[in-house]
Design a protein around this ligand. Sequence first.
Ligand code: FMN
Length: 241
Amino acid sequence: MQFSDLPNVSREDISNVSETQLANAEPITHAPRVLLLYGSLRERSYSRFLAFEAERLLKAYGAETRVFNPSGLPLPDDADASHPKVTELRDLCAWSEAHVWCSPERHGAMTGVMKSQIDWIPLSTGAIRPTQGKTLALLQVSGGSQSFNAVNQMRVLGRWMRMVTIPNQSSVPKAYLEFDDEGRMKPSPLYDRVVDVVEELVKFTLMVRGRSDYLVDRYSERKATREKNSAASLAARDAVA
Ligand SMILES: Cc1cc2nc3c(=O)[nH]c(=O)nc-3n(C[C@H](O)[C@H](O)[C@H](O)COP(=O)(O)O)c2cc1C
């Protein structure tokens, strides 16, 4: 089968998909830049502890990290986008190449604190798409038995933000048993799983960054842009004539 046998495909918009193209990554030498978001404002917050645990591991794997503190972030649309906490979040997002999202489960869902942060990040501002093509790892804590509601919802959200969400994830049940008085996670298979997730995130980030523009470039969008541009140039020509 060839594209010429597919009459509904616009051949001029087809991308050259090949290993050579994938090998032509933009060279990047700086440490992977990871933004960590957590979804709780409680003083003794296990999702924050877990995010900081992931941050320690990321640093050990050679990443550069930033953790956003959601305290003071207004509810979506309850303030102008020039609000300092909103600009802080958006600037961190622009800086980052990868994200870690760590939410508690509340009423079988990610928290509003977690979702509000994502809702403040625009899918696109002009040509810039702050999250598209960036890698994402998901973590959750719960008070009850092990559950995957929050990570499952954040996985949907990650897809919506056009992120490359890694397959592994961590869900820490009965989180109040897993952290010591200093907020450090105790050794356990659950901790080992967090190491797995962080390791996988760093690997995927090294693989994807430098190639993300190519990876997320879409046939339908190229086609739509070309059609819009040719319609605009025809209109300009008619205006001159
Ligand atoms: C309003 C509310 C709803 C909750 N719903 C759930 C739930 O659906 N499933 C669960 O396992 N734990 C639930 N919990 C327990 C939290 O997941 C647990 O306290 C967790 O540690 C909160 O995260 P944090 O420590 O980062 O604040 C709920 C707690 C609250 C206050």
